[in-house]
Design a protein around this ligand. Structure first.
Ligand code: GTP
Ligand code: MG
Length: 196
């Protein structure tokens, strides 16, 4: 119910242009096409709050969706998308890194990974980096509708083992935007970070 109130506020390229009055933010990060914007729409029960697309690289700015006067969900551009021009890509990556590194309001990162594949190098870099920043991470193994229950569970357990051994700042769950699976678990994590 809280998350249904999400409203688009604004999109900015860099940290210095981020809204000032917020106190709690949770950002959605992950590879291009992982399903960040789709997850945001399902979590907020709104069909087209965040723009989604079959073409990777849809989300190109830091997008703020406010829940109330102090809280917001943030849709980030995907990383690892090579088709845009190198200069443009470097500029986003710099903007994105600065936001994650220097935004005190950022209480946690929801990291989207494809449930069918092992974490990519860039996902691991993200885990190393957030650990260094002491920034909690909650991983959504997405598109779980594309796997049978057994293999999906096996992939989750494998990931959880890695997290337990190397990334104790991170938790993980299965998620499907298509089937709206895993919603309660992700809402609970957001409540915790947002101090609802
Ligand atoms: P960028 O903004 O480009 O970084 O991508 P994104 O991570 O925001 O991905 P987006 O939500 O736009 O989804 C990418 C594609 O994956 C779209 O075609 C979605 O319909 C599809 N998709 C997203 N989530 C799921 C899911 O849970 N299941 C299935 N089957 N498809 C999904
Ligand atoms: Mg997107």
């Amino acid at each position: 119910p809280l998350y249904q109130k999400a409203q688009y506020l604004k999109s900015v390229p860099t940290l210095d242009l981020c809204p000032e009055d917020l106190k709690y933010e949770v950002a959605f990060a992950g590879r291009s096409n992982a399903g960040k914007s789709s997850a945001l729409n399902v979590i907020t029960s709104q069909k087209s709050l965040a723009r989604t697309s079959k073409t990777p690289g849809r989300t190109q700015l830091i997008n703020f969706f406010v829940l109330d006067e102090e809280r917001a969900l943030v849709d980030l551009p995907g990383y690892g998308f090579a088709k845009v021009n190198v200069k443009v890509k470097r500029a986003w990556e710099a903007g994105l890194s600065e936001y994650i590194e220097k935004r005190p309001q950022l209480k946690g990162v929801v990291l989207l990974m494809d449930s069918r594949m092992p974490p990519t190098d860039i996902d691991i870099t993200m885990l190393d980096w957030t650990q260094h920043l002491e920034l909690p991470v909650h991983i959504l193994l997405t598109k779980s509708d594309k796997l049978k229950k057994g293999p999906a569970k096996a992939n989750l357990l494998k990931l959880k083992k890695l997290l337990k051994e190397e990334y104790p700042h991170a938790t993980a769950q299965l998620f499907s935007s298509l089937k709206r699976e895993g919603l309660v678990e992700v809402w609970n994590k957001l409540d915790e970070w947002m101090e609802y």
